[in-house]
Design a protein around this ligand. Structure first.
Ligand code: PGA
Length: 253
């Protein structure tokens, strides 16, 4: 297993100067943890190029929050994976629950985006997760199984080592309510088994499975010590270096 991956998802927060300021403080604060954890920042599209400038010379990576599945074309308002590589993105978050549930992205669209991202050398961070209604109805397992099966259906065995998975229970995102270690452990184990079965032992063991949903400095260490948790996808707490840096430091100490 490679080192843990910590991703700060800034969502639709921050103008260009706020993004630059935030990235600068994070890069400065991270010097000490070089090599112990991999960190990626996902600013809004308008912040990608200016944050890239800040990240130059550091080992902090740049992530986008979404992309289209075509390289170019008549898709008003969309951005292509190729355009993201031109800016210098390393990662792209795909299938985030806010895109699935607010913008109606479906499993087929997400599968196509993963293939398109991999084709141009972007590493997709593929999000899966159940809603509260699905969990209460006892459907967590089947929802995760369906999302994984569809998302990775078209991903070649040779490309899977470039994929990261993030389990984000929808009811834990931005609510302050974490999944319990037991709930997280169950789903992460299910994801690991799926990866091993679909892509073989050698590859399946190496893929990082991140947890996301109300990660805070106070709970980061405990979340990271849950079995099969190989990184964290952080939303709200990544918006301030005062909360994001302690998360990174707590897991790379
Ligand atoms: P949160 O968001 O940390 O604010 O819950 C996580 C995410 O949406 O990736």
């Amino acid at each position: 297993m490679s080192i843990p991956l910590l991703v700060g998802n800034w969502k639709m927060h921050g103008n260009r100067s706020e993004c630059v300021e935030r990235a600068r403080k994070i890069v400065r604060g991270l010097r000490k943890v070089a090599g112990l954890a991999e960190v990626a920042l996902a600013p809004p599209y308008t912040g990608l190029a200016c944050v890239k400038e800040v990240l130059k010379g550091s080992n902090v990576r740049l992530a986008a929050q979404n992309c289209h599945w075509e390289e170019s074309g008549a898709y008003t308002g969309e951005i292509s994976p190729l355009m993201l590589t031109e800016i210098g993105c390393d990662y792209v978050i795909l299938g985030h629950s806010e895109r699935r549930h607010i913008l109606n992205e479906n499993d087929q669209m997400i599968a196509r985006k993963i293939v398109a991202a991999l084709r141009v050398g972007l590493r997709p961070i593929v999000c899966v997760g159940e809603t509260l209604a699905e969990r209460r109805a006892g459907h967590t397992r089947s929802v995760i199984a369906r999302q994984l099966r569809f998302a990775l259906k078209a991903t070649a065995k040779a490309a899977i080592q470039h994929v990261e998975i993030a389990y984000e229970p929808v009811w834990a995102i931005g609510t302050g309510q974490n999944a319990t270690p037991k709930q997280i452990g169950q789903v992460h184990t299910q994801i690991r088994k799926f990866l091993l079965k679909s892509f073989g032992a050698a590859k399946g063991h190496r893929i990082r499975i991140l947890y996301g949903g109300s990660v805070r400095p106070e709970n980061a260490e405990a979340l990271m010590s849950t079995p099969e948790v190989n990184g964290l996808l952080v939303g709200g707490a990544s918006l301030s270096p005062d909360t994001f840096l302690p998360i990174v430091h707590s897991i790379s100490a």
